[in-house]
Design a protein around this ligand. Sequence first.
Ligand SMILES: C[S@@+](CC[C@H](N)C(=O)[O-])C[C@H]1O[C@@H](n2cnc3c(N)ncnc32)[C@H](O)[C@@H]1O
Length: 446
Amino acid sequence: MRTELVWEGKYDEFGNRREVDVAACAMPMQKIETVDEPRQRAAAEGQTDMFEQKLMQVRETSPVWPDFRNRLIWGDNKLVLASLLKEFKGKVDLIYIDPPFDVGADFTAKVPVGDATDTVFKDQSTLEIVAYKDTWGKGTDSYLHMMAERLTIMRDLLSEGGTIYIHSDWHMNFLLRSVMEDVFGHENFVNELVWYYCNKMHDIRKPIFPRSHDTILVYSKSRSSERVFNQLKEKRDKPVQQLVRKKVDGRMVNARDEDGNILYKASTMRNIDDVWRISMLQPADKSQNTGYATQKNDLILRRIIEASSNPGDLVADFFCGSGTTGAVAEKLGRRWIMADLGRFAIHTTRKRMIEVQRELHAAGKPYRAFDVYNLGRDERQWWQQERLQGADAEHRRVVLEFFKDRSLKTVSDAGFEYPRKGKYTACIKVVDTFGCDTSASVMVEV
Ligand SMILES: C[S@@+](CC[C@H](N)C(=O)[O-])C[C@H]1O[C@@H](n2cnc3c(N)ncnc32)[C@H](O)[C@@H]1O
């Protein structure tokens, strides 16, 4: 007997813990493009020499520098994680995730159009709709199951000295803490950070203390002495007087002046503790705001990446949203992998990373190229061609499972026409981030 959190789906009918079926989820990714726009543009203009020279100097001091292309992957992260295992098992040094926490909150987005004074609500893609149902179909149970499965694969991707940060708030942090204890073990608990966002507007009519913080849980993969932790400092609000200490005969003692008085010095810096006072991102902050509703302040990621990784280390975010983790990682000389299932998220991140590349290029600083991958398209091909040869029971099962409790009218709204019982060819329309039509046709029997 032990104390544990149990959710529907955690155990099978015989009481055995359900394993994540990694083999069934792993599949090849399709590379869409390599993004290295500033360097290519400079090469086209015959300007590479100076930049290449600088890059060569960095290459000499950093063995991993030229050999790695960062990755941005569009797809459900369960499939993405499973597909990365073969190449990256035990190789990721740091993971930060900021998963959705509230029913549906992260699956719609306002997309700026034209000069960005107007916005439209983006549609959900089929991929997002199915993932939405997977995540929230059975409320908290399916959410916890979704998270536990993904966290289990993330643990396998982490290196022995690796660290994971998981961002949440009062909605889910009490449950996610238990899931983390379950997957990573209590002995690997490192910190519970409080992000105190000092600048949030509050509705003072509510009879509660205004909510002003998120929680970031930190766990290590193991108790390995290889775990990276760089102590960070921040400026004090007011300097404090601190004793001056020195070593005498191997012991630390107070320093004194000639008259025997204890010496003090003004200290302006302090070690950063587990309460982080960082403002929320303001819409007016054009230097980093991408318009992505749940975007986090760069400063949070800067602290996380500086504390728990070194230059050249591999940093990953599998719920990347607007790509804050990659943008900061790139500026700090880390390698990165990011994934998201949202079209708008991938679009925003791609654009943001090109801007970071341009910025670094213009400053004569090195940066890496990145590859954009699409798991959805291969997934379709895998369903249709290699494994299931087109209209197959598995694909039908997924489609019908999703639509089974919907009325025909709703089904028809989603692109299906079933006038009466019979066999139909249904088309799942998916237009991906890059405008490619990746629609799939299936035979459906009603
Ligand atoms: C809170 S946002 C992350 C915001 C991010 N930290 C930033 O600074 O922009 C959560 C993201 O998780 C993504 N997401 C939700 N479920 C997912 C899944 N199953 N696979 C991949 N991404 C998912 C959503 O599309 C959303 O972009």
